[in-house]
Design a binder for this molecule. Structure first.
Ligand code: NAP
Length: 240
């Protein structure tokens, strides 16, 4: 009898919201999941939430810093020589005030939302290719809406879309599949902060749940044997 090896998944942003839900869903589906976050305490808490056999490891890295992304890649090359699934769920959000010269915020948004997924995907290429793996990037429904007051953030999501569409061509040649997910408003700690900023009462029941997003990720992974799913747009029925 041939025993199937446990598949390995790497998840950034695994300490909160959508990334945490995806990590839990992958562990529940039999993956060994490697969690990435920027805070040791939150990372340890996220690891404790997974069944022991579902945890491949954890690493702390501030994805805004190239030096920490490089260190992270060294760690991942040692621990995960075959990567079946790489999920980019870490992300920064920020508002843009009229007349503001918010260059540091602008740079951090691009560093975390665009440069980090680019570097991590490129750095993990050999491990992804060995497994004929797949890359899932959590983008945002903001690419289809005007996005008032969030010009810099919106620009990062368009940049991520362009990056992903182009990388897909390169990665497909190595039999690695690439999927962009575009969720609408989802009930996560980030969304709670957004409601507070907007001066609105937070009502998570009307939003997508992180678990629902995670279920879609699992479906994409399981269906991908048949074909590459390039883009998935999802939103809550109740939010509109
Ligand atoms: N919530 C929504 O409505 C929504 C809709 C569409 C798309 N998305 C996308 O989904 C992804 C997750 O969002 P979320 O709502 O789940 O947000 P969240 O609850 O704020 O979680 C964000 C995650 O990213 C990590 N992160 C942020 N900056 C980082 C950095 N510099 N280095 C390493 N990790 C960093 C956070 O780590 P810490 O725990 O250390 O903060 C956390 O794990 C984002 O890419 C977002 O754009 C969200």
């Amino acid at each position: 009898m041939r025993v199937r090896r446990a598949r390995t998944a790497i998840v950034t942003g695994a300490t909160s919201g959508i990334g945490a839900a995806i990590a839990a869903a992958l562990a529940g589906a039999g993956f060994r999941v490697f969690l990435i976050g920027r805070d040791e305490t939150r990372l340890a808490r996220a690891a404790r939430r997974l069944p022991r056999r579902g945890l491949a490891g954890t690493a702390r890295a501030d994805l805004a810093r190239v030096s920490e992304v490089r260190q992270l890649l060294d760690t991942l090359a040692e621990c995960c020589p075959r990567v079946d699934v790489l999920v980019h769920a870490a992300g920064e959000y920020g508002w843009t005030q009229p007349g503001e010269l918010a260059s540091p915020a602008f740079e951090t948004l691009f560093a975390v939302n665009v440069r980090a997924p680019y570097l991590l995907t490129q750095g993990l290429l050999p491990s992804l290719a060995r497994a004929r793996g797949q890359v899932i990037l959590i983008n945002s429904s903001i690419v289809r809406s005007p996005g008032v007051g969030v010009a810099a953030f919106k620009a990062t999501q368009h940049a991520l879309q362009g990056l992903t569409d182009s990388l897909r061509q390169d990665l497909n040649r190595r039999r690695i599949r690439v999927t962009s997910l575009y969720p609408g408003r989802t009930a996560t700690p980030r969304m709670r902060r957004i409601y507070a900023h907007e001066g609105r009462r937070y009502q998570p029941a009307g939003l997508l749940s992180p678990r629902a997003v995670a279920r879609v990720v699992l479906a994409v992974i399981e269906l991908s044997d048949a074909a590459e799913i390039t883009d998935v747009h999802l939103r809550s029925l109740r939010a509109y």
